[in-house]
Design a protein around this ligand. Structure first.
Ligand code: CP
Length: 324
């Protein structure tokens, strides 16, 4: 059985904890093993990246391996993922051949493929990522897809554990205003992992910005969903800010952007909001727009753990790669 990491759905708390334990052994230097010695891992980026790309390349190197970075439509051919398509348009190569060639060279394949925010019903199925998983015999690692970013959420869980200790915490995921409609992968995966870790999860967003209903069913009964950001802050030990687009406006993001203008001043994490928490840490996956999602005063304060959070991507991904 190949061990894809497409998302964390179905992972037990114990499985997540043991991945975090392995990540901490890499971080402390107790584990200096080189399980990728003599092996290569392909990293396929349909979209830009700083953290994911750099931390995966460094992690593969530190595990003794070699990273092969490909950008379909840039440094490699444009890719079709749909089955049964007559490829007489702009796509040059099909995922079916792409992955089966790559796995002759590489022991695992990482894929980044964002939502295009055009068709909610299609994109919520993670079609590109799942095409990779369907055609590949090698393990597929999700480096952020339309719906999930498990490498980020596992690093987030490690960061919470390091900063405020193990055990149940009051964790608030708050929507934030942003001038563009953004995909839901990070909030989906963060909320899912926080619920799986047994945290008391509060998701605060304006009306119409609900996450996927089927995914929410995986959050269990300790999740609270509210449109009241002020109430959500009470007792919060973690504030995780992220903007995302409304699924009702996939295909019409201009309407989303116009409708959300009313939320600009209210849905930002500022010093006043942080002062009403229980000394919460501030988290964000980065990149972040300063003084839009979060004030400079908050992101530059001791409460902000965003740089350590980004570092933890490296350690968690080494643990993921080492289990392949
Ligand atoms: N958080 C994250 O995935 O960052 P990048 O988009 O820079 O990889």
């Amino acid at each position: 059985m190949k061990t894809d990491l497409l998302n964390t759905i179905g992972m037990s708390r114990q499985e997540i904890e043991s991945l975090l334990d392995a990540a901490l052994r890499f971080k402390s230097g107790d584990d200096q093993s080189k399980p990728l010695a003599g092996k290569s891992v392909a990293l396929v980026f349909f979209n830009p990246s700083l953290r994911t790309r750099a931390s995966m390349q460094v992690g593969i190197y530190e595990l003794g391996g070699n990273a092969v970075v490909l950008e379909p439509g840039g440094t490699s051919w444009t890719l079709e993922h749909r089955a049964g398509t007559v490829m007489d348009s702009d796509k040059t190569e099909h995922v079916a051949e792409f992955v089966r060639v790559l796995e002759r060279y590489c022991t695992a394949i990482g894929v980044r493929t964002f939502a295009a925010l055009k068709d909610w019903q299609e994109e919520r199925t993670d079609p590109v990522l799942n095409a990779f998983a369907r055609y590949a015999s090698a393990p597929i690692i999700n480096l952020e897809s339309a719906m999930h970013h498990p490498c980020q959420s596992l690093a987030d869980m490690l960061t919470i554990r390091e900063k405020i200790g193990a055990g149940r915490k009051r964790v608030v995921l708050t929507w934030a205003w942003h001038p563009k409609a953004l995909p839901m992968a990070v909030p989906n995966s963060f909320a899912l992992a926080a619920a799986q870790m047994g945290h008391d999860l509060v998701i605060a967003h304006p009306p119409g910005y609900d996450l996927d209903e089927e995914l929410i069913e995986n959050f269990g009964d300790r999740v609270e969903i509210t449109n009241d950001i002020d109430a959500a802050l009470e007792g919060a030990e973690v504030i995780y800010a992220k903007s995302w687009g409304s699924k009702q406006f996939y295909g019409n993001t201009d309407q989303d952007i116009a409708g959300r203008a009313q939320y600009r001043s209210k849905w930002i994490v500022d010093e006043e909001k942080m002062s009403r928490t229980n000394n919460a840490i501030f988290m964000h996956c980065l990149p972040v727009r300063r003084n839009v999602i979060v004030t400079a005063g908050v992101i530059d304060s001791p409460a902000s753990v965003v740089i350590d959070e980004a570092e933890n991507r490296l350690h968690v991904q080494k643990a993921i790669l080492a289990r392949q």
